[in-house]
Design a binder for this molecule. Sequence first.
Ligand SMILES: NC(=O)c1ccc[n+]([C@@H]2O[C@H](COP(=O)([O-])OP(=O)(O)OC[C@H]3O[C@@H](n4cnc5c(N)ncnc54)[C@H](OP(=O)(O)O)[C@@H]3O)[C@@H](O)[C@H]2O)c1
Length: 255
Amino acid sequence: MKTVLITGCSSGFGLETAKYFLERDWNVIATMRTPREDVLPPSKNLRIIPLDVADADSIRSAVESAGPIDVLVNNAGIGLLNAVEGTPMEMIREIFETNTFGVMAMTQAVIPQFRERKSGVVVNVTSSVTLKSLPLVSVYTASKAAINAFTESLALELEQFGVRVRVVLPGRAPTTRFAENGRESQRMIVPEPYETLAQSLMEEWAEADHPTTNASDVAGAIWRAATDPSTPIRIPAGADSVEWARAAKATVATS
Ligand SMILES: NC(=O)c1ccc[n+]([C@@H]2O[C@H](COP(=O)([O-])OP(=O)(O)OC[C@H]3O[C@@H](n4cnc5c(N)ncnc54)[C@H](OP(=O)(O)O)[C@@H]3O)[C@@H](O)[C@H]2O)c1
């Protein structure tokens, strides 16, 4: 039976992905900053262990206590919506600590066992905002775009050892705790000159006819990335992300 370790399983995509793999008879190591037993259905195939991806000691002890794994899903992440001039450098560093350096550190921690066994898959969760630029998310986009590039280079580096690396790009999912978690952790106010822009972005997102992404779209894409070697290196997840990926491809092809 194969084992997947998933970061950020307390809510949203991570939680859904843990359920998805459990339903398909995998051993699941669901990691959370603050472990909670009540969010996932009880299962003999489930282990919940503490992990903060921005903390080197936490990574070391989580990977040690997890033991051998077949798939690492780097899902944990935090959002940030603000103008650059309204975002303290401390906050920018915090976003990168989790979204970018956390992914790199977790990946680094599992590569030796994958390389030695000549198998293993790393699935990184980034975002559709790296496919189509939006205002007020420049820091968040940069933190995720770095992981797209990291993934593509790393995939070439690890191919010789039979290790695969993929990136899943979810679209906007209003049903997860993402926006709320971002607001709670940042408690920031958009500077007045950018208020109108922020307002129009919110209004656009509130329009009901916009395609969005469900957590199950993302869990399914992560599953494909983990289990199907024929998947492309970048996998858009959700109707909006698929649409943006097609448009981005067309733009590149015609320019
Ligand atoms: N929802 C969207 O619209 C959307 C769109 C594109 C991409 N994404 C990406 O998808 C991933 C999952 O987002 P989501 O929508 O499921 O949001 P979510 O419900 O807020 O879940 C994010 C998870 O990441 C965890 N986390 C945050 N910082 C962490 C850290 N330092 N160490 C370990 N865990 C940490 C959170 O744990 P706590 O409970 O401890 O805070 C939570 O479990 C993120 O990488 C996000 O950037 C989301």
